[in-house]
Design a protein around this ligand. Structure first.
Ligand code: PLP
Ligand code: SF4
Length: 443
């Protein structure tokens, strides 16, 4: 491991007696996270004006500061105001702006929470918040209000409630550990947690969402790997937002995880003035796949409080997807999603490729602008599906047939369901209709 001069310099200033030898010790990194403005100024030689200092202090009072020495060392000091690492880690007074459209819990994670720590939104999977701690507090964090609020590691008893919920909910086949950052827990705690969850018979996969490879890559120790390895299949999703975050240290962390056999994915957030550019995202995606990480999601920035300066129009994301689809490997492009405010889950967004349609022909356009047609089969025999798989000529031998009611658009497409339209509960026109019917009846 070659340390650069910047890292040497930061390490010396943090602790003069102990030298750069501590740099790769993740606990040292976590302990020495930069949490005050003074510390930041001292370690970077960046100086703010009195006015800026006042505003920044008010910002940090509301949303605390925490940057690992490692991530700090990635800041380009000569151009810090425009630096993507700086912008993601250091505060901005604009975080104090609250718009009417912003919500404290925009994804309604608390309302969809049957027990503390669990968000159960989708039919077959749950989000399990196992830690409130992060190595670094990302300025664009959607759980900004929570992360760093109660800076404590949950006790086993608290986590037990979540484990019990999963154990008692047979439809949960996928458990996504999130936080805060699950990898900020101790190896022992992670071992215990994974062992408890993996013993639940209906849990087929466990996933970990973590920013550790980006902000504290030295946390991926050989011991941690040997703990995680016991619990395959384990999927790991990380959170790189900019190619500048892919360093020798983060590559090393990813290499260890990939070598251990974990499928790796990446979730990025689209951030104004950080990565809202097709070239930046494409370069990021290429670097990720080169390092065996599959781009998974590109998130539209949530409506959490204090994030207005990070948000882009949806059009920016569509434009980025347009630049990726067809132009690069299919596995190098993420799915662009917007997490529905109010808790509707993730909604994928795409440029439109379907131009027109007749009874037997579809008109499509490709990534180059070529317009093409697809001839549909004229002799396709639709067999009506009554939902009774045992009578069907298709051999659906899955063991147990899946029986469940269709929901949403699926219901409109289904043959066995006679719903012809979906109407919002408080639709005024339908309300009027019902009122009219009632008056007629009373006449
Ligand atoms: C994102 C998310 C998941 C996982 O969604 P996938 O699309 O399967 O990755 C599960 N639960 C909640 C509440 C989520 O926000
Ligand atoms: S690592 Fe994730 S949870 Fe933690 S501050 Fe960053 S975005 Fe938020």
């Amino acid at each position: 491991m070659i340390f650069n001069e910047k890292q040497q310099n930061i390490a010396n200033r943090i602790n003069e007696e102990s030298s750069i030898s501590n740099w790769k010790d993740w606990k040292w990194q976590a302990k020495n996270a930069i949490k005050t403005l003074e510390r930041f100024e001292y370690l970077t030689d960046i100086k703010f004006s009195e006015k800026e200092r006042k505003e920044l202090k008010a910002t940090f009072d509301k949303f605390p500061l925490s940057i690992t020495p490692y991530y700090l060392s990635l800041i380009d000091k000569s151009n810090y105001k425009n630096d993507p690492v700086f912008k993601q880690s250091f505060g901005d007074a604009r975080e104090l702006i609250t718009l009417d459209s912003e919500i404290n819990d925009p994804l309604a994670e608390d309302s969809d929470s049957p027990v503390e720590g669990i968000t159960h939104r989708y039919p077959d999977r749950v989000l399990f918040h196992v830690s409130n701690v992060c190595a670094m507090y990302c300025r664009h964090c959607t759980r900004k209000r929570k992360v760093g609020d109660i800076d404590h590691i949950p006790h086993k008893e608290q986590l037990q409630a979540g484990i019990d919920y999963i154990a008692n909910t047979p439809q949960v086949r996928d458990v996504l550990l999130s936080g805060g950052d699950p990898l900020m827990l101790s190896d022992e705690m992670i071992d215990w947690l994974l062992s408890e969850i993996s013993q639940i018979p209906h849990v087929e996969v466990i996933r970990i969402g973590t920013r550790i490879p980006v902000v504290l890559p030295y946390r991926i120790t050989d011991n941690l790997i040997s703990v995680l390895k016991k619990y395959q299949p384990l999927w790991i999703n990380t959170h790189f937002n900019h190619p500048r975050e892919i360093t020798n240290s983060s590559k090393e962390a990813i290499r260890k995880l990939a070598d251990a056999g974990f499928p790796l994915g990446n979730q990025s957030v689209l951030l104004a003035d950080v990565n809202d550019c097709p070239k930046i995202i494409k370069s990021l995606c290429h670097k990720l796949v080169e390092n065996r990480v599959r781009p998974y999601y590109l998130y539209q920035c949530d409506l959490s409080e204090g994030l207005s300066h990070f948000r882009t129009p949806i059009g920016k994301g569509i434009e980025i997807m347009e630049s990726l689809i067809g132009h690069t490997s299919g596995f190098a492009r993420p799915t662009y999603v917007i997490d529905a405010p109010g808790g509707g889950g993730k909604i994928p967004l795409m440029p439109n490729y379907l131009i027109s349609w007749s009874t037997h022909k579809v008109v499509l356009r490709n990534f180059e602008g070529v317009i093409t047609t697809y001839e549909e089969p004229r002799n396709y025999e639709t067999s009506l599906c009554d939902g009774n798989c045992s009578d069907c000529k298709l051999e659906l031998n899955l063991g147990e047939g899946e029986e469940r009611e269709a929901v949403g658009i699926e219901k409109l497409l289904s043959d066995e369901n006679d719903t012809i339209c979906l109407v919002p509960e408080d639709n005024e026109r339908i309300q009027r209709r019902e009122d009219n019917e009632n008056t007629t009846e009373n006449d």
